[in-house]
Design a protein around this ligand. Structure first.
Ligand SMILES: NC(=O)c1ccc[n+]([C@@H]2O[C@H](COP(=O)([O-])OP(=O)(O)OC[C@H]3O[C@@H](n4cnc5c(N)ncnc54)[C@H](OP(=O)(O)O)[C@@H]3O)[C@@H](O)[C@H]2O)c1
Length: 331
C-alpha cells in the first residue's frame, strides 16, 4: 500500500526511509517527566501504520529504556522500519570525557573502538534485531581521534551490523574530519523554525558532500506543536520546567504565530504541528525531520505532515510570520 509518505535516501547509503521520522527520546522517560510503555508502543505502532519508516532512538534515552521499548514495538514489524540508534554516551566503563549524571550514574562521552564494539551488541540485543540501519555517534568525544571512531564504524558496516554511519552534535571541523575519514551518510542536529543556526554552518558542508541531515527537536520540544498554552505545567524531571524558551511570553508569541499562519493551517486541514514539520522538510539541506511523540494521537498527527505539500504562497506566508513572531523570541 502506498502510504503517501515522502521517501528519501540517507546520504550515499542504500538505506531509504520516510522523511518524517519518529523520535523516541521522550519514550525513554529521562528529561521528559517519565514514560508510559503502552502509550509509547501505541505511538510506534501508529507511526508504522501511517507509513513512517524511520525510528530514531539511543541507549542514553533512559539508559536503554527507549531502545527496549522500540524493540518490543517492532517485534514482527522489523521489515517495515529503518532503525537509527547511537553510540558514544557510556555509563558502564567510566572511559572518556565526563558529560552528565543520569539516575545517579556518571555518563561519559567515549567513542573509542572498544566502546563502540561493546555498545553495538547491547543495542542490537535491546532492539531485538541483527542490524542497525543508521548508527550515529551521539555526542563527540574529545579523547578519541575521529579517524579511530570511523575505522571502528567501518568494520561494523563490513560485518553487516550497521548499514550507514552518522554523527550528531558536531562542529564543522568535526564534520570535515568525518568526511575525510570515510563514508559518513548523515548528521543529526537541532533544527526547527526556532533553531536555524546550521543553515549557515553545517548545511553547506553536508550539501556539498551528499550527507543527509536529520533535524532533531523539529517541534522545539513541543513548543511548535501549538498545544502548549500558558496554563500547561511541566512536572518531575521534564526539561521544559525551567527552560526559559517555555516562558509565558514565548507561549504568547507562538500563539500569535499560530494565528498568523491560520490561513495555511485551514487550507490544508492541518494542525500547527503538521505545518511546522512540513515547513522543516522543505528547507534546503534538511532531509529528515525527527519528531517525538508520546502516544498514538501525536504520532498520527506528525505522520500526516509527511503528506502535506506547501506551495510557494504558503511558504511566503509562513516565513513572514516566523520573522514577525518567532525571530525575536527571548531564549
Ligand atoms: N542527537 C541528539 O542529541 C538529539 C537531541 C534531541 C532529540 N533527538 C532526537 O530527535 C527526536 C525529536 O526531538 P524531541 O523529541 O527532542 O523534540 P520534538 O520532536 O521537538 O518534541 C517532542 C514533544 O512534543 C510534543 N508533541 C509531539 N508531537 C505533538 C503533536 N502532534 N501535538 C502536540 N504535542 C506534540 C510531545 O511532548 P508533550 O506531549 O509532553 O508536550 C513530544 O514528546 C528525539 O525524540 C530524538 O530521537 C536527538
Amino acid at each position: 500500500m502506498n502510504s503517501g509518505q515522502i521517501i528519501r535516501r540517507i546520504g550515499k547509503s542504500d538505506v531509504s526511509a520516510s522523511a518524517v521520522g519518529l523520535g523516541t527520546w521522550a519514550i525513554g522517560g529521562w528529561m521528559w517527566g517519565g514514560t508510559d510503555e503502552q502509550a509509547s508502543i501505541g505511538a510506534i505502532h501508529a507511526s508504522i501504520d501511517a507509513g513512517v519508516s524511520l525510528i530514531d532512538t539511543a541507549p542514553a534515552y533512559g539508559l536503554g529504556r527507549s531502545e527496549e521499548i522500540v524493540g518490543k514495538a517492532i517485534k514482527g514489524r522489523r521489515d517495515k522500519v529503518m532503525i537509527a540508534t547511537k553510540c558514544g554516551l557510556n555509563w558502564q566503563t567510566g572511559k572518556g570525557n565526563y558529560f552528565f549524571d543520569q539516575d545517579g550514574l556518571p555518563v561519559h562521552r567515549y567513542l573509542g573502538a572498544d566502546g563502540i564494539t561493546h555498545e553495538v551488541e547491547q543495542s542490537l540485543r535491546r532492539l531485538g534485531t541483527d542490524h542497525i540501519d543508521l548508527y550515529i555517534t551521539h555526542w563527540q568525544d574529545p579523547t578519541t581521534p575521529i579517524a579511530e571512531t570511523m575505522e571502528a564504524l567501518a568494520s561494523l558496516k563490513k560485518a553487516g551490523k550497521i548499514r550507514a554511519i552518522g554523527a550528531s552534535n558536531i562542529s564543522v571541523a568535526e564534520l570535515e574530519s568525518y568526511v575525510a575519514a570515510g563514508q559518513i551518510d548523515a548528521i543529526q542536529e537541532r533544527y526547527s523554525m526556532l533553531d536555524r543556526e546550521i543553515e549557515q554552518t553545517l548545511l553547506p558542508v553536508t550539501t556539498a558532500n551528499d550527507v543527509a541531515t536529520l533535524s532533531y527537536s523539529s517541534l522545539a520540544l513541543g513548543l511548535l506543536s501549538g498545544a502548549i498554552d500558558p496554563a500547561r505545567q511541566f512536572t518531575g524531571d521534564d526539561q521544559r520546567k525551567d527552560n526559559p524558551r517555555f516562558s509565558e511570553a514565548n507561549r504568547h508569541k507562538v500563539a500569535a504565530f499560530k494565528a498568523a499562519i491560520a490561513p495555511v493551517i485551514d487550507q490544508h486541514g492541518a494542525t500547527m504541528a503538521q505545518i511546522a514539520i512540513a515547513w522543516t522538510l522543505t528547507q534546503p539541506g534538511i532531509t529528515f525531520g525527527l519528531c517525538g511523540a508520546r502516544n498514538a494521537e501525536q504520532a498520527l498527527d506528525n505522520a500526516k505532515a509527511g503528506r502535506i505539500v506547501l506551495d510557494a504562497d504558503d511558504l511566503a506566508l509562513i516565513d513572514a510570520a516566523i520573522t514577525r513572531h518567532l525571530v525575536a523570541m527571548d531564549a
